[in-house]
Design a protein. Structure first.
Lengths: 335, 335
DNA sequence: CTGAAAGCGCTAACAA
DNA sequence: TTGTTAGCGCTTTCAG
């Protein structure tokens, strides 16, 4: 047996099988040039000892790990949903998946993507998906795909959703229902997606000839807490809006909560539209009318694209924008 | 410059700074015995080239990576919440966090924990947290902590919540409100937590002298889809229950949805209690009465414990069961 | 068909 | 103060 407390290495297997480490390696990697019975003997020892090759040693040696990294700032509904899509895409590809989370410390820790990418790419991961990265100028040796990046024109390939159109659809839906005082609970100013969602809102208002009122826009920063405060301001105003378009579902749900606390009925007294279509939006009561962003598909596409890049296969479009669509549920009604 | 396309290595830095790789290593690791100006020069080159040490090479060499692995079967609200707690616990410890997801393929891929653990422990990660593992007999060289394991008596340290007491509290709450026909939407039979939650339900009924009726128990398997079907069965029965205790929040929310679709008001016509207290349960309308399981804290404690084990510090209790408590919200009312 | 040797990027003795 | 050397676990020529 090997020294207790240390892992089983290829040498332990070699010693026990009475062969060289090179032979064991050949068996593991199914190389030709190994006798039938040697093969069988080594296989037996491998399962006896429960040996698995060290991912680290393999990738150091091979410069290829068959592992894809997903780098996220935090684990919230959006990124969790995206990860499910990434998991879907990875199946059957021979790649494995690791997630690195900056642990929500995006504030104090700007450039976490850069650091992680440097430490991992080329060795542990063959490529990485960056989710809502804050930095854009990182030059990486390994392929990188960004999902929902912070600026519009990213150097590397990106996957996002049609935020502009989605926001327009949401606002038009409210207009169609007869609403004219439509408030917007905006997202984070540093995010491309938030800017486009607000632009779509304005465009839809303009197209309908409804004046844009600065006083009906509040910043919720994609954050439920902030948004609850902002929503309270909006809804306690004597000239309160009859509808709210929230920049994402989490803040839309927070808005509904506030409305109910204030004694307003949703959708009778207030219509609310969200954005994202996270699972929580459907479970919510009333179910949230929202803009579907195919989050899971975005995760899938990002991983698909990354794998093509890793294999140096051509990628049809390097900036992929997926369609958004309105999902009408129970949180909106005619004015 | 180094060969384009390959990562910046310690040798590139050494060459450019005109020193040996050993000196660069000393600078990186803040070892003594490096002249002021040499240090400065090397530092300058490091930032110029944007060099970061390869995690893989470091951990292969050191047998210490300062990385903790969290192995999850899938990414759903429970594991996502747990990850947040793990992220909380990791901050300031000098450890980094990687998550390996089996991608929800727990069915076809029994023993994923074993494989991942073997490939990673001893090299890439210094220890791992296994979330709801399906295998119990894995012998690992590196420290392992299991969260909410599938069987009761796990060989390695565990963190879970007091499922028995939580279920009793939930059921007693319904009994106190005067309910007598209390249904149970049970979880997965292979999970220790599910078994205990059902046991708590039965104990509470027995203590109150309310007969246990097999017909009021349905298996929801912790799954919203299955649970919706089961809930429909229960609620369309002429002798339908006046209250439902669901084995977790996701299925409780599904139950509320079904009830509303059937024209039942919650809580006026039907009281519903969940389990877990995931964020969605508070956002839900009406807000869900549930049993708080300190998921985030469980993640924290598991990581804390793991770090102590890695440091070979004594661990006070190796089987930690955290307290559960009833959180009364709006989904329950007197019969 | 099998093994010895080199080397992936890095660190820790030990020499110089 | 610095560089040389060995080796972590593995794969891959290249001899035997």
């Amino acid at each position: 047996m090997q020294k207790p407390g240390s892992r089983v290495t290829i040498r332990d297997v070699a010693a026990r099988a009475g062969v060289s480490v090179a032979t064991v390696s050949k068996v593991i990697n199914q190389r030709y040039g190994v006798a039938e019975d040697t093969m069988a003997r080594v296989q037996a020892v491998i399962s006896e000892l429960g040996y698995e090759a060290s991912l680290v040693a393999q990738s150091l040696r091979n410069h290829r790990s068959n592992v894809i990294g997903i780098l996220v700032a935090d684990l919230e509904p959006f990124s969790a949903e995206l990860l499910k899509g990434a998991g879907d895409a990875i199946r059957g590809t021979g790649f494995e998946l690791v997630v690195y989370s900056a642990g929500g410390r995006t504030g104090d820790m700007v450039g976490w993507e850069k650091r992680y990418l440097s430490r991992l790419s080329g060795t542990l991961v063959d490529g990485a998906v960056l989710v809502t990265p804050t930095v854009v100028d990182l030059q990486s040796n390994a392929p990188v795909v960004a999902v929902d990046p912070h600026t519009g024109s990213s150097a590397f390939p990106t996957v996002d959703a049609d935020n502009l159109r989605g926001a327009r659809l949401a606002t038009e839906h409210l207009l169609d229902l007869g609403h004219r005082r439509i408030a917007m609970l905006a997202g984070r100013a540093d995010l491309q997606s938030a800017i486009l969602r607000q632009q779509g809102y304005r465009e839809a208002l303009a197209a309908a000839g409804v004046p844009f009122l600065e006083s009906l826009v509040r910043v919720g920063g994609y954050d439920p807490g902030l948004s609850a405060l902002a929503a309270r301001e909006l809804l306690t105003d004597p000239r309160r809006p009859t509808a709210v378009f929230a920049a994402n579902d989490v803040t839309a749900i927070a808005t509904i909560e506030v409305a109910l606390h204030l004694g307003l009925r949703v959708p009778e007294d207030l219509s609310v539209v969200g954005f994202d279509n996270i699972p929580e939006s459907a479970l919510c009561v009333p179910p949230l009318t929202t803009v579907n962003q195919p989050i899971r598909t975005m995760g899938e596409r990002a991983v698909d694209m990354l794998i093509r890049l890793i294999h140096k296969q051509p990628v049809e479009r390097t900036h992929l924008t997926l369609a958004t669509e309105l999902v009408v549920r129970g949180s909106t009604a005619p004015v």
